[in-house]
Design a protein around this ligand. Structure first.
Ligand SMILES: Nc1ncnc2c1ncn2[C@@H]1O[C@H](COP(=O)(O)OP(=O)(O)O)[C@@H](O)[C@H]1O
Ligand SMILES: [Mg+2]
Length: 235
């Protein structure tokens, strides 16, 4: 199957008051359509920087980011913002949901960003929140809120879903339920996923594991058989 994303020789250097941080140092890998790629590394290894440049939130210092053959590296801000809005989904450690809207309405907000109509009820069902559809955020547990954010990201039918430490704020039991939801989404909609974590156990749910240290890929592992979230060691 074809590559949906190609990350070619990417460098990212931050310059803060003439202190240079080489956050990404020649990062190079490809992502296949429908793949779950896990980026694994300790805090400070460059994971979030990598996500930011792949998703067009931040510019590379040098190198190239290609989506389905289209080079997005030097797109103008307006174009890249639109590309992100229409094609990419995001899930963060903190859920960033709208408190004054219920579950259904939060997911609807996500759907409005996309180009096509999606079935909101089906999406809510996929993440197991059918019975909570009319609840507000303060009426939900952390794990449930994270599943709302998965549903919201999914509602635009994104080409790629980016998850930065999606279970970082959750305990083992709830975290595994959230990972199950991500897998369900991937299996049902063939959504490509890039999941960032510092938790080596979580890496086993993916098809490809990219290990990072000090801005470099130190190992790339093809995981022939995904481990079910329930069977992974935690932390
Ligand atoms: N906006 C920024 N300005 C300057 N340095 C940054 C910025 N963002 C991250 N860094 C530095 O880049 C390195 C990688 O950070 P980051 O990508 O956040 O790592 P991770 O997500 O793996 O914890 C760290 O040394 C961090 O201090
Ligand atoms: Mg980070």
């Amino acid at each position: 199957m074809g590559n949906i994303i190609e990350i070619k020789n990417v460098f990212k250097t931050y310059n803060t008051e003439n202190i240079f941080t080489h956050a990404l140092n020649n990062v190079d890998f490809k992502v296949k359509k429908g793949e779950i790629v896990v980026i694994l590394g300790a805090s400070g290894s460059g994971k979030t920087t990598l996500l930011n440049v792949i998703s067009g939130l931040d510019k590379v210092t040098s190198g190239t980011i290609v989506y389905e053959g289209k080079d997005i590296t030097n797109l103008k801000d307006k174009k890249i913002t639109r590309f992100r809005k229409e094609n990419l989904g995001f899930i963060f450690q903190t859920y960033n949901l709208l408190e004054h809207l219920n579950v259904y309405e939060n997911v609807l907000v996500g759907a409005k960003l996309g180009k096509e109509k999606t079935n909101i009820n089906e999406i809510i069902k996929t993440v197991g929140l059918d019975v909570h559809k009319h609840k507000y955020m303060h009426e939900l547990s952390g794990g449930e809120q994270q599943r709302v954010s998965i549903a919201r990201a999914l509602a635009k039918n994104p080409q790629v879903m980016f998850c930065d430490e999606p279970t970082g704020a959750l305990d083992e039991k709830t975290g595994k339920i959230v990972l199950e939801s991500l897998i369900d989404v991937n299996e049902k909609f063939n959504t490509t996923m890039i999941i960032i974590t510092h938790n080596p156990g979580i890496a086993l749910i993916g098809d490809r594991i990219i290990k990072m240290n000090s801005g470099k890929i130190v190992e790339e592992i093809i995981n022939e058989k995904r481990t079910k979230p329930n069977d992974i060691p935690w932390g």
